[in-house]
Design a protein around this ligand. Structure first.
Ligand code: SF4
Length: 398
């Protein structure tokens, strides 16, 4: 193809029957940077971009902070006891009151199911009910005396969306967005949903490739890395308190389970024996350790424990969990047992809340790195001795 054809090609694509209404380009949409937005943001960027919204006009709130809650969420609290939900009041307030240029829409999807690499291998990929219902819960704090959204001239959109059921999503989002996106049609919503999934898949694939490169480097250099088992919102510095960043500063690469490499060759090597023995049906089947595989993030945490147990260079697992998380509590013991039985170090930071316990985190980070410095080489050697032959992570080292 000559380069001269490219401008025409792109031009035709942009005008293919779904030209956005002119006002779309100036539509400003605020999105709270909370909960499962941490793992689905690229879907929403792809969707709004395909609907003709200027990406610069999709405004995410800041990372969670106590200051944000004090400044923008004070007096707006609702009944939820989970900090990852409670703190959303500050995000809503920041989007409503803290913008130099006013927003037109506050968009806060009620995500019911999540797209997961484990879909089809587990019972369901549901979100935590508190997470799913959080947008309605938090909204109540902004309409209890008077409607703050109406006063600010900002429309509120919180569509219920089953992201792991792509055939339902166009209808759900058309219904949820038609009143706030000018001139929206069902056909262009379907097209935009496709663009959202494509953007999300490309982003996830890029991060998984990076994680694989890290593991290949570890295999080549015989060096240890760490895996974080946590919920997507623990990537928020105000919720996970950047504990993994403190650890990485000691020179240990850190991977997150959400972006673990899941290539066929690696999965066949890590889980092939269990599949052949009939213990599981696939690499992403977790019935051997967690039969009630309904919750998406919980499923991925349990799978991550199995993955860490099988990869020699993952010498340590860090478990993060928020204060009194009812979803996490039943998983503590199985996760720890799977990891420790493989000889991998396991450290857990439970009951994380609004304030970073800086002193105790510092001491524990020093303890973890001390153990890693002392034992990582032995852990890797022992795990390699029991692993199957032909690890594909070596292929890039040849
Ligand atoms: S802390 Fe646990 S129970 Fe609370 S919202 Fe998060 S996942 Fe749900």
């Amino acid at each position: 193809m000559s380069t001269l054809t490219l401008p025409r090609w792109f031009a035709r694509t942009r005008s293919a029957g779904s030209a956005p209404a002119p006002s779309r380009a100036s539509l400003r949409i605020g999105v709270p940077r909370v909960l499962n937005l941490w793992s689905t943001h690229q879907f929403w960027m792809g969707l709004f971009g395909a609907l003709g919204v200027d990406p610069r006009n999709v405004v995410f709130s800041s990372d969670t902070s106590e200051e944000q809650g004090r400044q923008f969420g004070k007096g707006r609290g609702t009944v939820d006891c989970c900090y990852p939900v409670k703190c959303i009041s500050g995000h809503y307030g920041e989007l409503l009151f803290g913008q130099k240029q006013k927003l037109d829409v506050l968009f806060s999807p009620m995500i019911y199911t999540l797209p997961s690499f484990m879909s089809g291998h587990v019972a369901r990929t549901l979100t935590c009910p508190r997470v799913m219902a959080a947008p309605e819960n938090i909204k109540a704090g902004f309409i209890k005396e008077r409607d703050v959204f109406a006063e600010a001239g900002i429309a509120y959109a919180a569509p219920f969306v089953s992201l792991d059921e792509p055939r339902l999503v166009p209808k759900q989002l058309f219904e949820g967005l038609r009143n706030v996106v000018p001139g929206l049609t069902a056909a262009e919503t379907a097209h935009a949903v496709d663009a959202g999934y494509t953007a999300l898949a490309a982003f996830n694939a890029r991060l998984r490739r990076k994680s694989r490169e890290v593991l290949e480097w570890c295999a080549r250099e015989n060096r240890a890395c760490l895996l974080v088992l946590a919920r997507p919102y623990h990537m928020d510095p105000g919720i996970g308190h950047e504990i993994e960043v403190d650890l990485q500063a000691y020179g240990y690469p850190v991977l997150w389970v959400q972006y673990a490499p899941v290539d066929d060759d690696l999965m066949a090597w890590a889980f092939g024996e269990d599949i052949r023995a009939g213990i599981v049906k696939s690499a992403f089947d977790i019935r051997d350790v967690w039969p009630s595989s309904y919750s998406s993030n919980t499923n991925e945490i349990l799978w991550g424990a199995k993955f860490a147990a099988r990869i020699p260079w993952i010498a340590c697992v860090i478990r993060l969990s928020s204060y009194e998380c009812g979803m996490d509590q039943p998983t503590y013991t199985p996760t720890q047992q799977i990891i420790e039985r493989s000889g991998t170090l396991f450290f857990s930071f439970q009951d994380l809340d609004s304030t970073k316990p800086a002193g105790s985190v510092k001491i524990r980070v020093e303890t973890i790195t001390h153990y890693l410095d002392k034992y990582a080489a032995d852990i890797i050697a022992k795990k390699k001795a029991t692993a199957a032959a032909g690890c594909p992570l070596y292929a890039a080292t040849a």
